[in-house]
Design a protein around this ligand. Structure first.
Ligand SMILES: O=S(=O)(O)CCCN1CCN(CCO[C@@H]2O[C@H](CO)[C@@H](O)[C@H](O)[C@H]2O)CC1
Length: 480
């Protein structure tokens, strides 16, 4: 693969953190037990079974609500240094509003946090991993500007209850899946399909909510709790389909619309949405006959308020796309972010597959993405909060072992050859879990979960053994 593919970096720096990750709706189950309120994924899976590949739900999932001790034991055995998990907003605040706190929600997460600390595993806690409380969605969810207040109130309850022991926070996981896929499309809950309009509105409020929670932490909690807080944003690497200038610019546009949309307002020295978005969206909106741009605008004060609301950068990365320029997209049909970006993307047929159509094994893309992040956002500490491989659940998962060897090596290449400041890596995922619209068909776990067994039996796969050796030896090769 040339410079980007040499598998020559092998060892992790002494202070590098190796961990694993999950999310509340995907593993907890207990969807309506002990006071938990309904969230949009409960609603989406209960009312649209036809949208889920195996018509399953997260009603029970891995039953980690009851089996979190087993989960911690699996992590202890692998020797992971940290565990990234998310809080179910509706388990803590059943109505979404902070006037009613569910004691069992506080109890559950305290038990989990205390057990992690007892096992010398650092908790890295995500406040929001897509599971909006349904009563808030009924009021528009993130298309309602008041969500900024409601999220701040939720964050305050969380920092008050867990911030004495939790020192690493993420406000949101992958905002694009909530806004672009969930509000703009129906690929995720709530499934409004308000493409090119609702997704921009959702993102605008979500970014403000992130900044509000950051400043709340920074002013009221950091002085006594001394933690760090950021956001996790995902992107594929966007590789030009040809080395034409048009395709190179198209790839830059695509990653701006895909990642910069959320990252620039927070991490870019100038803040605000990427320039290319602030140019192309108003232009196309006008041609479509809109009286004003479909992309909401931050005021100067808001740009300042949002810029710099991070202590590190949370990155989820899985794969790479090839991108080409589409010079003219006819003004017809519904508006969309993809039309606004004037790009088309695809996979090179030679790239090794996974069981998920969107995930191809392209390790050099990880190196390029990490280098791109450093050039665009400077030397910000990067926490890789998700990276992993999908298969159909085989125990001898050599495809996953191979994926981790390649991607960990690609990450170390970026660190050693390009001095990218990566500080941590979380393998997605600790266990097979509810993979959203793919249900339990496509699986990402280091441990197999028997979804037909009421006890949800967990079984280590070959990749769990490989990751245990990597953590013990703190290197990737020569550990068999
Ligand atoms: O078909 S296409 O290519 O046109 C569009 C699909 C591409 N997306 C890219 C982002 N990816 C986010 C991954 O989502 C993350 O990764 C895990 C594995 O999916 C999830 O389980 C986690 O909850 C989530 O944080 C989901 C698929």
């Amino acid at each position: 693969y040339g410079t980007y593919g040499k598998l020559n970096s092998n060892e992790f720096p002494g202070d590098f953190l190796l961990g694993t990750a999950t999310a509340s709706y995907q593993i907890e189950g207990a969807w309506n037990l002990s006071g938990k309120g309904e969230n949009i994924w409960d609603r989406y899976t209960h009312t649209h079974p036809e949208l889920i590949l195996d018509r399953s739900t997260g009603d029970v999932a891995c039953d980690s609500y009851h089996k979190y001790e087993e989960d911690v034991a699996l992590m202890k055995k692998m020797g992971v240094q940290f565990y990234r998990f998310s809080l179910s907003w509706s388990r803590i605040l059943p109505t979404g509003f902070a006037y009613q706190i569910n004691p069992d929600g506080i109890r559950y997460y305290n038990d989990l946090i205390n057990l992690l600390l007892k096992n010398d595993i650092i908790p890295l806690v995500t406040l929001f991993h897509w599971d909006t409380p349904q009563p808030l969605e009924d009021l528009g969810g993130f298309t309602n500007a008041l969500m900024v207040e409601w999220f701040e109130d939720y964050a305050r309850v969380v920092f008050e209850n867990f911030g004495d022991r939790v020192k690493l926070w993420l406000t949101f996981n992958e905002p694009k899946q909530t806004c672009h896929e969930g509000v703009g499309g129906d690929n995720k809950a709530p499934g409004y399909e308000s493409s090119g309009i609702g997704d921009y509105l959702c993102a605008h409020n979500l970014i403000k909510a992130h900044a509000r929670a950051y400043h709340l932490y920074d002013k009221e909690f950091r002085p006594k709790q001394n933690g760090s807080i950021s956001i996790t944003i995902d992107t594929s690497w966007m590789e030009p389909g040809t080395n034409s200038t048009a395709d190179k610019e198209a790839a830059e546009r695509k990653i701006a619309f895909n990642f910069g949309w959320y990252a620039d307002p927070i991490f870019h020295p100038n803040g605000d949405y990427p320039e290319v978005m602030r140019k192309l969206v108003p232009e196309r909106s006008k041609k479509e006959g809109f009286r004003r741009s479909r992309l909401p605008e931050f005021t100067k004060e808001e740009v300042k308020y949002i810029r710099g609301t991070f202590d590190f950068l949370g990155l989820n990365h899985y794969t790479t796309l090839l991108v080409k320029d589409i010079p003219e997209i006819p003004i017809s049909g519904k508006p969309s972010v993809d039309k606004d970006s004037r790009t088309e993307s695809w996979h090179d047929p030679s790239w090794p597959p996974s069981s998920a159509g969107w995930l191809k094994v392209v390790p050099w893309g990880f190196t390029k993405l990490l280098v791109w992040l450093k050039h665009r956002y400077g030397d910000v500490p990067i926490y890789v909060t998700e990276n992993g491989f999908s298969d159909l659940g085989e125990i001898d998962d050599q495809g996953r072992v191979n994926y981790y060897k390649l991607y960990l090596s690609a990450m170390l290449d970026a660190m050693y050859e390009h001095k990218v400041n990566v500080k941590a890596y979380a393998a997605w995922s600790l266990v097979d879990n509810f993979e959203w619209r793919d249900g339990y068909v496509n699986r990402f776990g280091l441990h197999h979960v028997d979804m037909n067994d009421p006890g949800r039996k967990r079984t280590p796969k070959a990749s769990a053994e490989y990751y245990r050796k990597v953590i013990a030896a703190r290197k990737i090769h020569g550990i068999d």
